[in-house]
Design a protein around this ligand. Structure first.
Ligand SMILES: NC(=O)c1ccc[n+]([C@@H]2O[C@H](COP(=O)([O-])OP(=O)(O)OC[C@H]3O[C@@H](n4cnc5c(N)ncnc54)[C@H](OP(=O)(O)O)[C@@H]3O)[C@@H](O)[C@H]2O)c1
Length: 257
């Protein structure tokens, strides 16, 4: 963890901050001195997270679906009212389901693209035009996935995350003139609430296929996120950093059905 409170005075929005990796990132940001806003669709989940996060520092939670531009604009209005600004955006919200390509219908494909790619752009576009571009500052960080060798077993999210990785590079160049940094983190298999939803059969023997022979933790992803969001990473932009125990280089992602 970085020493001191390098993010004191910074306001951060973490999408999907009510659980798993997003919750761990929200905790790390609070410990680093930031004020944190989390959002998600499930109000009960947000409320539970808010109770424990608030013990670490100033936190607010808002219901907001990243697929819904009206809700995103309402969230931006709330941020304007309560904080007059936003400094950090973490695009963490997302979801997908494992299936062989031939079982992913165009409807299922479109649903995952809508959430993981279009939702990420909805949020990035809105927060950047409302806050980052006018203030000529900001850091954007997106959580994608291990797409180094495609994404066998989850074609839809592979396509969506590849889109986010590409827009990360483009935005890093285009918005450098506004002093905005844009990066992504590509987690391998992380032992978090998202993974818990996958069928047990799919998770058998997973650690044997990872060079470091274990799953990652949400806290490990949060440490990397904290670094990339902090001034310690002030000269890093347009990068996707893998945190996967070496799995992009060797071993299966998930067993193919
Ligand atoms: N765990 C892994 O191994 C792994 C690996 C690579 C990438 N990832 C990605 O990392 C991110 C966090 O994963 P996790 O494991 O922590 O899973 P998780 O607990 O399911 O986190 C996903 C979060 O996103 C929110 N969310 C999903 N769709 C949303 C929407 N349309 N609008 C607003 N919020 C939405 C969910 O809250 P609501 O349901 O309340 O909306 C939830 O809090 C996800 O994007 C995931 O795909 C995870």
């Amino acid at each position: 963890m970085l020493a001191g409170t390098p993010l004191k005075g910074q306001v951060a929005l973490v999408t999907g901050g009510g659980s798993g990796i997003g919750y761990a990132i929200a905790s790390a940001l609070l410990k680093a001195g930031a004020t944190v806003i989390i959002c998600g669709r499930n109000e009960e989940k947000l409320h539970r997270a808010l109770q424990t996060l608030s013990e670490l520092g100033p936190t607010q939670a808002f219901r907001c679906d990243i697929r819904n531009l009206e809700e995103i604009n309402a969230l931006a209005d709330q941020i304007q009212t309560h904080y007059a600004g936003l400094h950090l955006l973490v695009n963490n919200a997302g979801g997908q389901y494992p299936a062989p390509a031939e079982n992913i219908t165009p409807k299922g494909f479109s649903a995952v693209i809508q959430n993981n790619l279009i939702g990420t752009w909805n949020m990035t576009y809105t927060m950047a035009t409302r806050f980052f571009l006018p203030a000529r500052q900001g850091v954007i960080l997106s959580i994608i996935a291990n797409i180094y060798r495609g994404f066998p077993g989850m074609l839809h999210t592979g396509a969506a995350r590849a889109g986010v990785e590409n827009l990360t590079k483009t935005l890093a160049v285009e918005w450098s003139r506004y002093g905005i940094r844009v990066n992504a983190i590509a987690p391998g298999i992380i032992d978090s609430s998202g993974l818990a939803q996958y069928p047990e059969a799919l998770k058998q023997g997973l650690t044997e296929k990872i060079p470091l022979r274990r799953l990652g933790t949400p806290e490990e992803v949060a440490h990397l996120a904290l670094f990339l969001l902090s001034p310690y990473a002030a000269y890093i932009t347009g990068e996707t950093i893998y945190i996967d125990g070496g799995q992009r280089l060797w071993g299966d992602l998930f067993p193919l059905v």
